[in-house]
Structure formats: C-alpha cells, structure tokens
Design a protein around this ligand. Structure first.
Ligand SMILES: *Cc1c(COP(=O)(O)O)cnc(C)c1O
Length: 364
C-alpha cells in the first residue's frame, strides 16, 4: 500500500467546484489585489480563530518582515531565535539589519527552551521570535515572563500552528505580533502564496496595515517606509472556501497523531511530547530514532513517504557561517536534526494507510 508523505490533490479535488466558482467571481470582478475577498477572509479568519483582527499578506515571510520593522530592530540589535525551524523565521531579522542570536530548543517539544532564551540575553537583545513548531505551542508563560523582564518585542511565528491555542488563547496574540503562512502545504493552504499578521495591540496592527501597502494609509501619501505585502484577491477567495474546513482538518490531524502515539511500539523511538498547556494542531508528526536513516529506508521499502524536517539546524547553514557558530553550539537542535523523521499526517490520510505506517514502523 502506497502512503505518500503528503497528497494535496485530494483536498483540492474535493473543493474544486466551490473553489473555481469563487475564483471565477473574483476574476469577473477584477478583485486582484486586496479587495472584498481579502477583507472577508480577514474577518472570517479573525472570527473563526478568536483574533481581534487580522491582515492578509502575500506570504508567511512578509508578516515576519513587517513585525521586525514594527519592532524597530536596527543594526547592532540582537534578536533571539531558535535554531531548529524553517529558515524564514529568521529572514526578517536580517532584512532590517539586526543580528540573529540562536538559543537552543527543548528536546521534548522541539520549541525554544525558556532557560536557553534567558541565558542568551545581553544588553543588546531587543526581541525574540518564538516558533510554534510542527503545530505545538511553545512555553509562552515562561517566555513572556522573561521577555517582559527584559522589555523584548515578542514575535510568534505561527506558520505551522493555525488553529492552535496556548491554554485558552489562540497563538499569535500572546506576544506583540503573530504571523501565519498559507503556503499550500500548511494546515490552511492557499492556491499559491499567502500569509497573515495578527496582533492584540491595535497600534501594531495599524502599522502592519500601512507597511503592507507601501507605508500608506492614503494613496500616494507615505508616512512610514513600507513594502508590498498585499494578499492577492484569488488567495482570499480560495481561503474563504477552505477556512470553514480547518477545524475538521485539524481534528483529523489530531486523531491521526493520537493513533500514532498509541500504536507505535518500537525500541529507542522518541515520540513527540503532548504537553497539557496547549494541544498541537500537528502540522508535522515528527519522531526521533537513533537509526533514523535506516528506519526511513525501511519505510520507503514499504512504500511510505517520510521527510527530514529539518536536516540541518540554522546555525550550521552556510548563509549563517558569518555568525560564527560551529557544530556543538546547540546540541539539542543538532540532535533533533540528526534523528528526526516526519511521518505522513494530512487530513485525507485513510485509516488503512495509517495502520500500514504503524505496522511498518513496528516491524523495523
Ligand atoms: C512556512 C513557514 C514560514 C514561511 O512561510 P512562507 O509562506 O513560505 O513565506 C515561516 N516560518 C515557518 C516556521 C514556516 O513553516
């Protein structure tokens, strides 16, 4: 039985008629950049997930960039980031000329370790970017306590955690700014590039709204330096079709994860932790095993697709050699990169496929 790591065509086939009708309406009305579809999506997104307001943007990288601009990070400033995440988490820090400083993750959740965050703070530290990696909320109480003590601007990268809550609060509005990606493979994916910006602080939201359209509130008047971070009308239209399904899709991911957690019985495997402060929306199900490559090969022989997310921690990426970190700098992240294996987890995965993955793992 074939089990792809991810199969996007199933979801898009199921929604084809509805999605194409929505796209046709947008086409006919020539609502190409921002416009009613994006307005509606922002309202629906905020209402569905519990945000005071939201801004549609053109990727998940753009709201991170906007957040770094609003935070006022400047050359000489340090911004703390975890080294085990997608590289885009860090780009905004570079774009504004500040310096990324890595702080290691905790082994159990793959997320920023509050103790390592506290230890990395210097007089130059101005902010921290927290990632809710794989859909699992990070330890926000501890992180916010440290951030407040040092007056840090807190950005939450929620690209993989749409729909997740930390205790009772949706991720993204615990810190100062929250960012989402609607890249097609994310839990809520557009038909192209997309992202969103949220903040519980109205003045931060207003700045992001102006930055998104060239630093402008009024056409051809530019009060602040901005960018073009506009969401396209087509993405708003298709996301409006998909958003009502997000809760069901996330619930299916949670059911798949629960079955993996109860069904996988393999010596030396480390399964992802499920802390009680916030349920994961399982963007990825990532286990660890000391013989990861052999396990991956074994699963490939059983026609099961897997992925290495992520194979190289950020401090060891070529683009960051300039920061001067070497192997051994962040042992937990390095260990995670060396042993992690992500299993198929998408809403359309069938129970038969799921059982095939579990029995194949258990026969390794
Ligand atoms: C996908 C992702 C992003 C960036 O999103 P794009 O839409 O590709 O720009 C940022 N951070 C994390 C953790 C991601 O997974």
């Amino acid at each position: 039985m074939k089990v792809p790591f991810l199969e996007l065509s199933l979801q898009h086939r199921a929604l084809r008629t509805e999605a194409l009708a929505a796209l046709a309406a947008t086409y006919d009305a020539t609502r190409f950049c921002l416009g009613k579809d994006v307005d509606d999506f922002e309202k629906n997104f905020a209402a569905t997930l519990g945000y005071p307001r939201a801004l549609g943007m053109n990727s998940g990288t753009s709201p991170l960039h906007a957040a770094c601009m609003i935070a006022g990070f400047r050359p000489g400033d340090e911004v703390i980031v975890p080294p085990f995440t997608f590289i885009s988490t860090v780009w905004g820090v570079n774009y504004v000329g500040a310096t990324p400083v890595f702080a290691d993750i905790e082994a159990a959740t793959f997320n920023l370790d509050p103790a390592r965050l506290a230890a990395a703070i210097t007089p130059r530290t101005k902010g921290v970017i927290v990632v809710h990696l794989f859909g699992q909320p990070a330890r926000m109480d501890e992180i916010m306590t440290i951030a407040r003590r040092h007056n840090l601007f807190v950005i939450e990268d929620c690209a993989q955690a749409v729909g997740a809550r930390y205790r009772d609060t949706p991720v993204g509005i615990i810190g100062d700014a929250g960012t989402f990606s609607f890249y097609p493979t994310k839990n809520l994916g557009g038909c192209g590039e997309g992202g969103a910006f949220v903040s519980r602080r109205e003045e931060v939201h207003t700045q992001a709204r102006h930055i998104r359209v060239h630093g402008s509130d009024r056409r051809y008047y530019h009060d602040i330096v901005g960018a073009n971070f506009r969401m396209e009308g087509f993405q708003g239209a298709v996301l409006n079709v998909k958003l009502p399904h997000l809760a069901t899709w996330n619930a299916r991911r949670q059911a798949i994860a629960a079955r993996y957690l109860s069904g996988i019985r393999l010596a030396d495997v480390i399964l992802p932790a499920t802390p009680d402060y916030g349920a994961s929306v399982w963007h990825q199900f990532t286990l660890r095993h000391p013989r990861r490559d052999a396990l991956r090969e074994h699963l490939a022989k059983h026609e099961i697709g897997t992925d290495l997310i992520y194979p190289v921690p950020l401090h060891l990426q070529k683009c960051y050699t300039v920061l001067g970190y070497g192997p051994g700098a962040f042992p937990v992240a390095e260990q995670a990169a060396a042993t992690c294996l992500s299993l198929p987890i998408f809403p359309e995965l069938t129970d038969a496929q799921l059982e095939h993955v579990i029995s194949s793992i258990n026969s390794f």
